[in-house]
Design a protein around this ligand. Sequence first.
Ligand code: GDP
Length: 349
Amino acid sequence: MSGKRKQREKDLTSRYLSGDMDEDALQTQQRFSARSANFQQRKMERTALLRAAEEEAAADIGSLPTGLIVQVYSLFYDVECEGIIRLCVLRKTLSKLLESPLVVGDAVRFRETGGRDETGRPEAVIEQVLPRRTILTRADSFKAIEQQPIVANADQVLIVVSLHEPDVKWGLVDRMITAARSGGLSPAVCLNKLDLARPNQLGIDPDLELAGRVLEHYRSLGISTLSTSVPANKGLDDLRAILSGRTTVVAGHSGVGKSTLLNAIQPTLNLRTGVISGYTGKGRHTTTSARRYPLEAGGYVIDTPGVKLFGLWGVTRENLIRFFPDVADDSAPQWRRESYERIMQSLPE
Ligand code: GDP
């Protein structure tokens, strides 16, 4: 250390000790050469600018356009707004704040980046997620610590069952009804394959008779019902009517005729082959099996292939009775009481 520098430091120390100088000023003087002071100044200015930009971004969020997530990939989202689909990423700071992953049907505010992907689609950043009106979750989500949503903001669940091939299990329908209502969605039940009725010597199919009674009971609980057959061209107008203008999650076991029914009312849906279409570039494989399709008559259907059951969102042993008003007022038939008991047993204590 040069004698001159030593002297200067000594001067500084004595000035500091005498209270002539505050600590910050001392450190600043010690650390900054003319060049590094300049660098530090630029860095401070840059931080201030960034902060200002962030504040400005937060301030204008309310004026950003709103779109709906129509497809989720592992790192990207397709967001539709006024018929245009943008490829979006989630702002990193936002992804840390979210309590559960974004899903098909989530409403988001986005900011265009000005860029386009290799297929020419505009790119954007999701800046805000709007509160969900309704939610459908995975069946095991009551065991999980985190929410596992599949679809947000749909209006109703169309529970499709078939009279035969496979035979309908009404206990499962009761569970799906509870799942729909627990997430704030209206359930509707569609009994398909009516043409497969098997009349006995008396000319009646006992399963069809039972189904008639079950559907009547559902209607008494405010649940819409319909009976359909594609080959017999039955109930298809009812199906169109119930779907039109609404966003409907179509649920039901494989083989009950969901795709056949939807293709019958709108052949362009082509559900079997249309599940995952288009570009499958790196990082864009689907992570959710939900997909939203527009209907020509207005409204949307959402397909969730691979999801057999939905979760009972927020349902506990204590509040399950809310979803069984007929059990509560003792007007429930035996099979409804059994469904109630079975669901109760499946809930954690
Ligand atoms: P999904 O798995 O629920 O989508 O069921 P599909 O639409 O693939 O139908 C399963 C099978 O049931 C196919 O062989 C269809 O032709 C048949 N199917 C669908 N609807 C009807 C119907 O109303 N009556 C009869 N008899 N068969 C049907």
